[in-house]
Structures are given as C-alpha cells and as structure tokens.
Write a protein that binds this ligand. Structure first.
Ligand SMILES: *[C@@H]1O[C@H](CO)[C@@H](O)[C@H](O)[C@H]1NC(C)=O
Ligand SMILES: *[C@@H]1O[C@H](CO)[C@@H](O)[C@H](O)[C@H]1NC(C)=O
Length: 428
C-alpha cells in the first residue's frame, strides 16, 4: 500500500505544481498585455513606433524618435469663433463646423489620430469627393490638403532638458523662451541670432532666457546637411527638428509641433516668443515690456503686429493664395508670424484648441483662429514692425532701440544693430 500512497502523493503534488505554474504564467501574460494596452491608450503616437524594431533594440533612442503628445484639455470654443468664421459650403469651413459638431458629441474632432505613414493616403478619396475643383488647385496646395490630418512627424532632434537648468538653483525658471522658425540651410542666420538677440542666459533682474530653433527636413534634392546639423544640435543644444519637408504650407504643422514641444518640455516658461530667423528682436526692451505687464494681462497675452479684417488672397500667383472653394470668409484678427509673443499660461489651452481646429495653410492666421477659439484677441503693439520701418529710420539707432521687433534683417545687419543699440556712448 505504501508505494501507492507515495505515488498518489507525488501525482497530487505534480498536478498542484502544474496548476500553480500555469496560472502564474497566465497572470503574467495578461498583466503585461493590459499594461501594454494602457500605454497604447495613453499614447497613440507610440503605436507607430512600437512596430519599429530598431526602437525595441535601442530603447535609449526612443526619445529621439517620438514623444507622447501632451494631454488635450476640453477647452470650450468661444462663440466669437463661430461669429468670425461663416458656416458655408467652402471645404475648410465645413471641416471646422463638422469638427465642432463631433466634439460636441464627445467624439475626437478628426476621427482617430492618423498614423504618420498612412495619413496622406487616407485623405485622397475624401478630397476628390468633397472639393469639386480640387484638380485646379496649385500642386503645393493639393499637397497641403492631403497632409492636413498629419500631425505626428518623427522627431529628429529633441532638447528635452532645455528648460531645466544645470545648476538646479531656485532661480531656474524660464522667463522667456524664444522659438525661432528656421530651416536646415539657414545656419548663418541662426548663428547671428545666437550671437545677438537670441543669446541664452540671465538678463536684467535675473530673467532667464532660452532659445530653440524649429526645423523641418530639407528636400531630398538638396545637399545633405544632416551631419552638420547633428554637430550643430550637439554643440549648441538648441535645435529641434522633425522629419517633415520645410515649406511655407507646412508652417502650421511646425507651429503645432512647437506647441506640443513647449507644453511638454517648457511648460513653466512665463512667455514664449514665436518668430522667424530673419527678424531683429530687441531683447532687453522686450523683457522690460513683459516685466511691466500686470499679472492679469501677463497671463493672457497674445501680442504683436496685429492684422485685422484681412481677407484671403485670391490671386493664383500669390504665395498666400487661398481658393474660394477652400475658405470663404475674412480672417480673424491675428498677430503677424514674423514675431509675436504669448503667455506661457496659454500654451496648453492653445494646443488643446488646435486639436479642434483643422489645419489652415497659413500659420499665423491659424494661430489667430486658435486664439479666437479661446476668446482671446491679439493685442496690437506698434513696437512690433513685421513689415519693417520707414527707410529713412532704418539706420537710426534711437528709433531702433525703442522698437521690440523689426523684420527683416540680414545676419550682418543684426550684428551691427545689436552692437549699436548696446553702445554705452549712445544717448537717445
Ligand atoms: C530648479 O531646478 C531644480 C532641479 O532641477 C528643481 O528642483 C527646482 O524646483 C527648480 N526651481 C524652480 C523655481 O523652478
Ligand atoms: C509637408 O511635409 C510632408 C512630410 O514631409 C510632405 O510630404 C509634404 O509634401 C509637405 N507639404 C507641403 C505643402 O510642402
């Protein structure tokens, strides 16, 4: 009898062990599955890159390839936007109102976040059906329409520590962040900006200034600048680059990427400047102006050279041409894209508004629309001269010293002007 008892004890033991082993195995797989799903749900952009084998084997590179889009707040869209933009048969107007309707129903305004590699294809049939004269649009404009839902280009250079100070002192908060639209080949302009108005550091009253340049990628036909750019990015630590083609009609995408980046990596900046790499900014004057604002204004600022009641240009030859069947109506007031300033507190609401408003091909007009959605009107500041000043004043240092922004200046002129307005002998 004894061997039988031992045998059945052994069988019982093995069975119990097997049951325990399999249930543990099962638990582990469901655990990692749900954790994985949770991550995916939190971060739609990761879906693209999870399939990328190179990312799996080199997790440290993931930061360079993508970053999760920030949280989208449920901002309420002001009636002002509906009043400013008529509801009519033009394609963009229809898109806007359908996005607003979708959002009211609690749906994602543009359907699901498109995979970057697929977003252009999915749009083609839709466009042919919905824009009756689509084939007559200029080629670049057609191209813009095809990419209108593409909002998550891969990241080539990131600067995740830009707004974290190395000293870790208490005074390390960024007061002003310069975000400057540049393009790969504009090295000389960037260098002039670094040596003059975009110099990073601590200015009067301990105000900390940081600078980033926003870059897309060069067309394939262009000479390959990637190794130079990679050196520049490491050496200066101020390049942000995404893998989308540099072009006028991709500036709205660039703006959206800068908003995403700033919300994620520099959310405590008090003010953010957005502008071109061929403008001159009088940084000390700008800082004094920002510091002089009372707190209620400082938290709601959208200021620059304001363009009100502009209508779309209907001349095919113009680089800002907008077909009537695409957009019908005036533009809400906006600050000229050469350079404007916004409160850091508005970045997150602005980004959230941009998730409801379809991309518009002109970036500063688009910014004006997003602000309008938030119920914020641009504040005109005559010291922002995005169309330049009168010829006879251009060499006058005292006129220049009073201004905040002047468009446009060559790298050489920037250096000369910066030196001039800082000359201790200058009495104005
Ligand atoms: C400054 O940086 C340190 C470390 O990075 C952080 O702990 C601290 O909160 C920061 N201070 C301010 C005022 O942002
Ligand atoms: C914008 O960038 C995308 C991605 O590189 C490109 O395919 C598209 O042609 C660009 N759009 C315009 C209007 O240049």
């Amino acid at each position: 009898m004894r061997p039988i008892k031992t045998l059945s004890a052994l069988v019982l033991f093995v069975t119990l062990f097997l049951i325990f082993f399999y249930s543990a195995l099962h638990l582990e797989t469901t655990d990692s599955l749900s954790a994985g799903l949770e991550d995916l749900l939190k971060d739609p952009s990761l879906q693209v890159h999870n399939r990328d084998e190179t990312v799996k084997t080199q997790p440290s590179k993931q930061e360079r390839l993508t970053f999760p889009p920030p949280v989208v707040l449920n901002v309420s869209v002001s009636d002002g936007l509906r009043q400013a933009i008529p509801q009519n048969a033009a394609y963009w107007n229809r898109l806007l109102y359908s996005a607003l309707r979708n959002r009211a129903k609690g749906e994602n305004p543009f359907g699901h976040d498109s995979d970057w590699s697929l977003c252009r294809q999915t749009n083609q049939d839709h466009l042919q059906t919905n824009v009756h004269d689509f084939p007559s649009y200029p080629v670049l404009f057609q191209d813009f329409l095809q990419g209108m839902n593409c909002r998550s280009p891969p990241v080539l250079f990131n600067q995740p520590n830009k707004c974290i100070s190395a000293e870790g002192k208490e005074d390390n908060q960024t007061f002003l962040l310069f975000t400057i639209k540049s393009s790969p080949r504009n090295f000389e302009r960037r260098q002039a900006v670094r040596e003059t108005w975009g110099r990073e550091g601590v200015y009067q009253h301990g105000l900390r200034v940081h600078t980033v340049f926003l870059l897309g990628s060069s067309p394939l036909e262009d000479p390959d600048l990637s190794s130079l750019l990679s050196f520049e990015a490491r050496h200066f630590g101020d390049l942000l680059q995404w893998d989308f083609h540099e072009s006028l009609l991709n500036l709205t995408l660039k703006m959206n990427m800068f908003l995403q980046w700033t919300v994620k990596y520099c959310p405590t900046a008090s003010f953010v400047f957005s502008g071109d790499d061929d403008v001159f900014v009088n940084t000390p004057t700008l800082l004094s102006y920002l510091q002089s604002l009372d707190p209620s204004k400082a938290s709601q600022l959208y200021a620059g050279h304001v363009i009100s009641k502009a209508s779309p240009l209907r001349d095919h030859q113009n680089k800002y041409y907008i077909p009537l069947s695409f957009y019908d109506g005036l533009y809400p007031a906006y600050a000229g894209g050469g350079g404007f300033i916004i409160s850091g507190a508005l970045l997150q609401p602005l980004y959230s508004a941009s998730r409801v408003i379809p991309f518009f091909p002109i970036d500063d007009v688009y910014a004006g629309m997003c602000f309008k959605a938030l119920g914020i009107s641009p504040e005109a500041n005559t010291n922002f001269q995005t169309f330049d000043i009168m010829e006879q004043h251009r060499e006058n240092l005292c006129v220049n010293k009073k201004l905040i922004l002047i468009h446009r200046r060559s790298p050489l002129q920037m250096k000369k002007l910066w030196k001039g307005i800082h000359n201790p002998l200058l009495t104005c």
